[in-house]
Design a protein around this ligand. Structure first.
Ligand code: ADP
Ligand code: MG
Length: 278
């Protein structure tokens, strides 16, 4: 593969779900390239097709039109060179931290002994040394999501796909997880595609933020984040950070109309026309 070729290439992708009622056009059109080592966020309000696009990149959903390639070859099935992290940690409750982290090795039938040390190293990296033999029920939400990150990294995939991995956590833990993820990626360099509906989270973590929105949904902005790395909380206090967040917010509001402050009901559904963003 020539070095300039993107690691992930999404080209003219559309997705329509054919349900028993009317067809739902989840993604009208999306084209985006992700270079090796890049951290790209897909940002947009609930229902704009972020998860759908991520699942197509993972090979877990098929595009209705267009094509997706990884390493220059078309994605047609789920692949081993991808690690996926979802909103819920989805750990096996009867298995310990160490066993959960090693679970993909069991599934992929890789040599367990070879990966045990890597598992311990990853567990140490996320600050869970001493918790190797605890069950998920004995861990906090943030700790469980750290275990899920270790599990996604254990077989050393090139690409990490993360779907709102910290949305279920409280705000303080979420901030801590953002810094922890940045630190992990400084050590274990990966290409990351990260789905979020939090503007601040996208701006803090990403090299590029790709905004999805409109009806039907397309990519409405692809913006480089100008902040130097390593990133720590302090960048969020800068004027530059505020300006970037403002531009992202205005882009989303321009596509969806109502700013969140005007959304009366917290249960407003995406179909009601409100942009549910943070
Ligand atoms: P997001 O992740 O941005 O919240 P999704 O990709 O989950 O958005 O959903 C985009 C649209 O597609 C929504 O209208 C959603 O209801 C619809 N959708 C998602 N998955 C399915 C499915 N399996 N079957 C039918 N419709 C779906
Ligand atoms: Mg989603």
């Amino acid at each position: 593969m020539p070095p300039q070729e993107p690691l992930v290439s999404v080209s003219g992708v559309q997705k329509t779900y054919f349900t028993r009622q009317s067809p739902i056009q989840a993604v009208a059109s999306a084209s985006v390239d992700v270079a090796r080592g890049e951290f790209v966020s897909l940002l947009g309000p609930s229902g704009c097709g972020k998860s759908t696009l991520l699942m197509m990149i993972a090979g877990l959903e098929k595009p209705t039109a267009g094509s997706i390639s990884l390493h220059g070859s078309a994605v047609v099935n789920p692949r081993r060179d991808i690690g996926i992290i979802f909103q819920d940690a989805t750990l096996l409750p009867w298995k310990s931290t160490l066993e959960n982290v090693l679970f993909p090795i069991q599934i992929l039938k890789l040599p367990m002994e070879k990966y045990r040390e890597r598992a311990r190293e990853l567990i140490a990296m996320v600050g869970l040394t001493g918790f190797e033999h605890k069950k998920p029920a004995e861990l906090s939400g943030g700790m469980r999501q750290r275990v899920a990150i270790c599990r996604a990294l254990i077989h050393d995939p090139d690409i990490l796909l993360m779907d709102e991995p910290f949305s279920a956590l409280d705000a303080i833990t979420r901030d801590q997880m953002n810094v922890a993820l940045s630190e992990i990626l400084e050590t274990y360099k990966k290409t990351v595609i990260f789905v979020t509906h939090s503007i601040r989270e996208a701006a803090f973590l990403s090299d590029r933020v790709v905004v999805m929105g409109g009806r039907p949904s397309t990519i409405i902005l692809d913006m480089k984040m100008p902040f130097p790395r390593p990133r720590r909380f302090e960048i969020e206090e800068t004027q530059e950070f505020a300006q970037v967040c403002r531009q992202l917010r205005l882009t989303i509001e321009a596509a969806h109309g109502h700013p969140p402050a005007l959304v009366k009901s917290s249960t407003a559904s995406p179909a009601s026309g409100s942009a549910v963003i943070e």
